[in-house]
Structures are given as C-alpha cells and as structure tokens.
Design a binder for this molecule. Structure first.
Ligand SMILES: [Ca+2]
Ligand SMILES: [Ca+2]
Length: 462
C-alpha cells in the first residue's frame, strides 16, 4: 500500500455555516459524524470561502482561481466565464493523473451548463444533466411572500430524501473494486433551503431550549453604507414579524443533523471497506448563513457568518484530532490535494496555497490570510486575529477577532489600529476582473438596510 496513491473522498455540504458541533460556534448543533471525522483529522476553525454564495465559491475551489481574477463573482456557469472556459478543474486534474473520478450531487453549483461535465468526471450520478436529487416533500410553495423560507418537518421515510440517495450511491462505489486510485465526490444539498427533512431530526432538538443567536441591536450603526446595503431587509422583517426566528434556526439545525447522518453512513462504509487506510477525506461547506446577526438572513455578506465554513481534512496516518486556527481558504484545497496525492503540476496557475504544512503541524507559522470577495472590488481579509473589509467604494471595516468574535465593533476609523489595517490591506487582490457576462455589481448591493426601530420594538415585546 505504501507506494499506492491515496484515494480521495471529497464531501461538500451546501450552505453549511460553522454550525458543526465540534466547532463550538453553536454548541447545541448535533453533528456526531462530522465530529468523529474531525477527531481523526485537522479541523480548520478559521476556514473561509472565496465568495459567500454557491456558484462563485465552488467555481473558485474547482479551478483554483479567485473570483477577482476570473470575474466569476456571481451565478454564471463555470464554462461561460471566458477565463475559466478551459480551466482544468480539480476532478479533471485527478483524471489527468490516472485517477478514476466519480461524483454525485451538488459539487458544481448546478447541473449543466454549470457542470459537472463528462470531460472531467468518468461517472456522475444520477446523470450529468440531473446531478442533484431533491425529494417530493421539498416541492412546497416557495413564493415571493415567504421569501423562499420553506421549512419544517416532513413525514417521509429518510430513504426517499435526495441526500440519502446521493450518499447511498457513494456507499455503493466504496464497495467496488478499482484498478487505480479513485476520487469520489459527494455533494450534499442540505442544509440548503428549503429547511425540510424527516421529522426525527427535528425531534433531536427542543426548540424552546435552543440558545439565542447573539444580535447587537445597533450593530449596523458603525457600518458603512456599502455594508448596510448587503442586508436583506424584507426577509429579516418577515421572519421577525412572524416570530419565526427559532423555527428557522430549529429547521436549519434539523437539516444539519440530517446531512450529518448521511456523512456518517458514508464514513461507516469507508471504514468497513478495503480503502479505509488509504483514503483522504475532505469535508467542506461552500458558504455560511446569517440567522439575524447584522440584522440579516441568508448569505451574501462579507461578515463572518457568511464567510466562515467548516473544513476538515483527514489523512490516515498523518492527522489526528487537531484544531487549526490559522486562516485557510477553500481555494487552498486544489493545491493541497495536488500535493497530498503527488499529482503532476497543475495546468493553470493556482492561487491558493497548499495547507499540507498545517496538516503536519496545525500551529505552524502561517501569515497568509483568507480572502473572500463579494462582487467586484469588495473584499474581506481574515487573518488569525483580525478581519478587514474593504468595499468597492473604499469604505472599510476592521474587527479584532480575538476580543470581538461577533464582529460588533468596527475599528476601521480608529487611528490606533491604522497599522493593522495597512498590514491587512497588502493582501487585497491586485487584479480586479470585470464581472463575467450575466452579472453586474449592482446585483450584490441591491437592498437597503432594515428599519431598526422595527426590530427594537419587536424585541421589547417578547
Ligand atoms: Ca451554498
Ligand atoms: Ca457594529
């Protein structure tokens, strides 16, 4: 086995913010299987996506190219972006290096034309045209009135859920024999909206005992207009007016546990398979989610709730139950896997950095921050202790992550921290590609900010 290249099990969960139990961001979250994966790997507690939305986050990870370099800031299909049209994606790179490459579920943003395509995967289930299954119970009224907030328990057998089916297919592949190493991608659609899943996962939690999300009433007062314009006013008001905060949180946590259970089934299958000792496991979430923090819901911001994601890398014989607080990025996975599997030199220049040194020693010196981009020229730089945001209009935010973990106190205008700001600014991308066709910068900054009076009244009445 010594000389054999390792297999790769590559698992992504959609819209899964830092609510893995082992991350302690929301300690009541029940993710026993992700926790046990963390116990045999390195849990990156300060990992960030390159864009706080599905398509650009995944396109950047899959190509190793930053949104600011490619112009892929929005929901454009990967191959429609001129600079990415011929990029060798991560699965394709494995294919080029003699791997058997197979996938299921949501790994690319959507089915074709977003991807996956037959040139880069040997097999995709159920098909290249229909890559992600959803179950019948999800066909609920999603309307303008409810802002897509469909949630609640469903009385359906778990076996009929999309993610269950995707996991089952992955399990089946783990029972087969291969004449070469494999790359197996599993894209789980939960906990993405709609927050619906079998009732038993709702019953894991007592809604009334769920810990409140920390929200600072005047949190937006020290935030520049460009930041306020990221806030989703209407959906936030809708949830607050209808007193649905805890229901939404409860439903999300249930979907997290449902997704975690599918991860557990696949981990069990791998452990029982002949591949247990020679398979690298990577688990990641593509972007975060707000639950009212900064008076917004969903993603699409540069604040920590949107940018921070779970990331676990487990390499048999190499990693064991360690937590790394150094800043890392999803874009680092391409060069990391390239190094771990000793593949050939990647075709295009990769903009991430291999985090293998942090797998060897999670406390190694590391001065490369994580960079997240939302629309052209709006970036967030996250270091181990600081966070700096610079919007397209030059306005700024600066937070001390060590003493202000909720990013409440914007220090950007405080002259005492000017040197910190200057230091972080050095990492702002120097390339600023125009938006690739199909998206404009305005689409990222369309809403106005909420009427906080409304929220204050609502809070007092509770
Ligand atoms: Ca997503
Ligand atoms: Ca604030």
């Amino acid at each position: 086995m010594e000389n054999k290249k390792p297999n790769v099990l590559f698992i992504v969960a959609d819209d899964f913010r830092d609510f893995a139990g082992c991350m302690l961001s929301y300690p009541q979250a029940k993710t026993p299987n992700i926790d046990r994966l963390a116990a045999r790997g390195v849990l990156f507690a300060n990992a960030h996506c390159q864009a706080p939305m599905c398509a650009p986050s995944r396109n950047s990870l899959l190509t190793g190219i930053r949104p600011s370099t490619s112009g892929a800031y929005g929901f454009q299909p990967l191959r429609s972006i001129p600079m990415l049209a011929d990029a060798v994606t991560l699965p394709k790179h494995f294919m080029n290096n003699g791997y058997y490459v197979m996938g299921t579920g949501k790994i690319h943003h959507m089915p074709l034309p977003h991807g996956p395509d037959p040139s880069e995967w040997h097999e995709y289930w159920p098909s290249f045209e229909n890559s992600t299954l959803t179950f019948n119970g999800e066909a609920e009224p999603k309307s303008k009135e409810n802002y897509g907030m469909v949630f609640g328990p469903r009385d359906i057998p778990e076996e009929e859920c999309g993610d269950y089916a995707h996991a089952s297919w992955a399990i089946e592949q783990l029972s087969k024999e291969y004449d070469r190493p494999f790359f197996l991608g599993l894209g789980l659609y939960k906990p993405h909206l709609p927050f619906v899943c079998p009732r038993k996962y709702f019953e894991l939690y007592e809604k009334d005992k769920l810990q409140d999300i920390y929200i600072k009433e005047d949190d937006l007062d020290d935030i520049p207009d460009a930041g306020k314009r990221l806030v989703k006013k209407k959906i936030t008001q809708y949830i607050r007016e209808n007193h649905m905060e805890k229901d939404v949180l409860h439903a999300y946590l249930a979907c997290v546990s449902h997704m975690d259970a599918q991860v557990g089934r696949v981990l069990d299958a791998l452990e029982k398979s002949p591949y247990a000792d020679n398979t690298i496991i990577v688990f990641w979430g593509d972007n975060g989610w707000h639950f009212g923090e900064k008076h917004t819901y969903k993603k699409f911001t540069l604040w920590g709730e949107s940018t921070r994601v779970p990331l676990i890398v487990s390499c048999p014989g190499k990693t064991q139950n360690r937590i790394c607080t150094k800043p890392v990025s999803l874009i680092d996975l391409y060069p990391t896997l390239n190094e771990l599997c000793n593949l050939g030199k990647p075709t295009q220049e990769l903009e991430g950095t291999s985090i293998v040194p942090l797998l060897d020693n999670p406390e190694a010196d590391w001065d490369i921050p994580a960079i997240t981009t939302h629309g052209r020229d709006s970036h967030c730089i996250t270091s181990e202790f600081w966070k700096y945001i610079r919007y397209f209009d030059g306005s700024e935010e600066l937070y001390n992550r060590l003493y202000d973990r909720f990013e409440w106190n914007n220090l950007a205008q405080n002259p005492n921290y000017a040197h910190i700001k200057e230091n972080l600014k050095r990492f702002l991308p120097t390339v600023s590609a125009p938006n690739a066709p199909g998206f404009t910068n305005q689409q990222y900054f369309s809403s106005d900010y909420p009427d906080l009076e409304h929220w204050r009244k609502h809070n007092k009445s509770q």
